[in-house]
Every structure is written in C-alpha cells, then in structure tokens.
Design a protein around this ligand. Structure first.
Ligand code: GDP
Ligand code: MN
Length: 396
C-alpha cells in the first residue's frame, strides 16, 4: 500500500525521525491557516506548497513551489489544488491533486553549505536481507544516478539477527562525507529510520532528498513509503491511510469482493484458482501470442457467485478479447465449477461479448467438460493445457 508524502512523514516522525514539518490542506484557506501555524511553531516565514499525489517527480511537474508571503501562498495553493499534475511518474493525463502539504522552508541560508542526499530502505531479495541504499547525489532521481554515476551509490546490508549495528550507521554518515553535528545527526537519522522501517512493516522507504540544512540538521524533506499489505493486520491504525482515489478502481472493487486481482495491459482475461497456476497461465497466454489482461486468483471456492463477480471484473477492461478460465478442481470438483460458470454466464445474459475458453482439470473433469459442451453457450472447453492454449491462439 502506497502512502502520500504527508502520511509517510507522520509515520517517520512517530518513530523519532527528523522531518521537514508540515500540515496538510485541502483548500487555500486551510493552506493559509496551516502556514500561520507553522510560522508560530517553527519561526519560518517562507513555506513550500507540495502536491500530494502517489507519484514522484512532482517538483519537475510544477507540484512543489516555494511561497515567500501568505498572499503568494494563497495564489500558489489555488493553482495547485485541483490541478491535473503531470510528472515523469504519472500516467500521461496526470493525476488530480486533492491535497497539498504546506511545509516549513528548510532551504534557508546559513553558516554551512546545504546538501541533498538520497537514502532508501528496502529488501534485497537476492540476499534476503534489508538494505539501506544511499548516495551523495540526492534530489535527482536515483535511476539517473545509477546510470551516470553508479559508483556514487552505496549500500549497507542488515543482518536480521542483529539489526542495524551502530558502526553501520556511522559508516553511512562517513561515506556521505559528513562530520561534526551533521555526522551525529545522520547516524541518529539512519538509526531511527531503520527502526521505523521495521516497526511499520514497510516494504519501501525512499527519502529523497534527505537534507543537511545550513545549521547542520539532518531531516527528511520527502518521503515515499510503501507498507507491506500482508502485515496491515498488525497496524489497524494504518488501514485508514489508504487513499482509494489513488488506486485502480477495478482492484478496489476486487478487494471488496475478496478476489485477488491485479490489472495488467494485455488482451486475454484470465480467471484461475491458485497463484502458482495463475502465473503458469499467464506464461501460457504469452506463448499463445496473447498477453494477459490481468492476474486473477479466485481462490478455493469457485462457485457461481464468485465466478460471476470475476467475469464482471475482467469484462470492465475494454482491451479484453477473450477470457481463459483455468481451474484445477481438487477439493472443489470440476463439475461444480463448470455449473458455476454456466450459471454465471446465463445470469449475465448478453453482457459477455468475448469468447470464453474453459480448461478444467482434476476431479470430474470429463463431466465438467460435457456440462459446458451441452450448455449451448459461447464457451470452448478443454482438458489439456496445450489444447486451451491453441484455442486462445485461434480466438485472438
Ligand atoms: P518530488 O519532486 O516529487 O521528489 O518532491 P520533493 O519533495 O523531493 O521536492 C522536490 C524539490 O523541491 C526538492 O528536491 C527541493 O529541491 C525542493 N524543496 C523541497 N522542500 C523545499 C524547501 O523547504 N525549500 C526550498 N527552497 N525548496 C524545497
Ligand atoms: Mn523527492
């Protein structure tokens, strides 16, 4: 589950990570009120207005602006709230901005030089360990740094048995070229950041930039936070952070009916029971010259109601030219699944305009095939995997 910057920063702060302070606002009036509060709390007179959307690169797209007075802040807030923000990471039409974060200006001049760093925490799936990835080249996107100056990206792997060790945090601060108060600030920042990552059951923290201010404070200016959905049951208070407006509407609907659905951009819809079989089915579709329109695991109970819900979800995608149903009937017998398909099909009347290929294997597969063949519906049936693949090839 992806979070907005302001939500991510709230989580960081709750674990003691130093952040650029801010208050979220949905209207220009709220933005001005937020700025006044920040001035009272922090003494800042300049503010940054930051569009809250689930995409990075907002600065480049005009979604991050500095205001030097309350009048300017109101004007900019009015510009940004409600705008369709296009960044290198949004779909071409952009994303609508419903909220802005009003933050204290932290790029003020002072005794020493400002510096922007890059720090992220994520799981290295190759080693099975969490790692902290960091770079002196903050503020720009890390893919560019990786391409042009890969030697400026460092990593520190964390042994799950010991957690982050103090020398590792010091090593990071050292490699970032810091000393004095900034060195101390960075070790504290890294230590609390890693605590937050583990404590919140996150799967990604990307803080870009981490800023060294001109008075040598180390703070998170941006926060891209992804939480592990499978651990959300341990964080009931995070569930409300989900912003449905940012998620794929079909995926939201699927979650509501308990189906495991991921939208993809191909032309063959698939309905499968079991994630492993779903992956194999998607491979099969590729080999048949098609491309999967979705991943859909209907789970253990493929009854008429679930099958119908699944068909309806798949058919919402106008790119779907055919549907491949691939079910292994073990505990749930194939004939019951076949009956479910036939009932669902009849229920949906003429809303199904694409051919359906059903491959059922397992208990009572032959009875199931007969049931489908005798139904008189526009459904092709198969028992062998390859046969189903050939049918897909013929109809697309
Ligand atoms: P992103 O573009 O979506 O990654 O959004 P960021 O939160 O990283 O902000 C983009 C850029 O805005 C940063 O790299 C900074 O250069 C700038 N910025 C952020 N906060 C401030 C601030 O307090 N003052 C000034 N002057 N610039 C800021
Ligand atoms: Mn950023």
């Amino acid at each position: 589950m992806n979070l907005h910057e302001y939500q991510g920063k709230d989580i960081l702060a709750s674990f003691g990570v130093a952040i650029q302070r801010g208050i979220v606002a949905s209207t220009a009036d709220e933005a001005v009120a937020a700025a006044k509060t920040l001035t009272e709390d922090t003494g800042t007179s300049w503010h940054v207005i930051k569009a809250q959307i689930h995409a990075g690169g907002r600065g480049k797209g005009g979604g991050v602006k500095v205001a030097k007075s309350l009048e300017e802040l109101r004007t900019v807030a009015n510009q940004i709230i409600g705008m369709q923000l296009i960044t290198p990471q949004t779909p071409p039409e952009g994303k609508k901005v419903n909220k802005v974060l009003i933050a204290e200006d932290v790029y003020y001049p002072g005794e020493s030089e400002l510096k922007e760093f890059y720090v992220s925490v994520l799981l290295n799936r190759n080693s099975g360990k969490n790692m902290i990835m960091y770079s002196t080249e903050g503020g720009m996107d890390i893919e560019t740094v990786a391409e042009n100056t890969p030697h400026l990206i460092f990593t520190e792997e964390i042994d799950p048995a010991f957690g982050l060790l103090p020398f590792q945090a010091r090593n990071i601060a050292f490699n970032l070229g810091l000393n004095g108060a900034a060195f101390k600030g960075m070790t504290k920042f890294i230590t609390s950041l890693y605590k937050a990552y583990v404590g919140a059951d996150a799967s990604l923290f990307e803080i870009n930039p981490v800023l060294k201010t001109s008075d040598d404070k180390i703070i998170a200016v941006d926060a891209k936070v992804t939480l592990d959905e499978n651990a959300l049951f341990r964080h009931k208070d995070y569930e409300i952070l989900r912003d449905l407006a940012e998620e794929n509407p079909v995926e939201v609907e699927a979650r509501e009916v308990g189906l495991n659905y991921v939208d993809l951009d191909g032309n063959v819809g698939c309905m499968v029971n079991g994630a492993g079989l779903a992956m194999a089915t998607m491979d099969l579709i590729k080999q048949s010259g098609g491309s999967p329109a979705n991943f859909l695991d209907v789970g253990g109970t493929a009854d008429a109601a679930r099958v119908e819900a699944a068909f309806r979800l798949i058919l919402k995608d106008p790119a779907v030219e055919a549907i491949l149903v691939n079910i292994f009937g073990g505990i749930v017998r194939c004939d019951r699944v076949a009956q479910g398909i036939v009932d669902a099909y009849k229920n949906m009347g003429d809303t199904i305009k694409v051919p359906i290929i059903v491959r059922l294997q397992g208990t009572n597969a032959d009875i199931a095939k007969k049931l489908i063949d005798d139904s008189g519906l526009n459904v092709l049936s198969a028992i062998a995997f390859e046969e189903a693949a050939r049918m897909v090839q013929e109809v697309i």
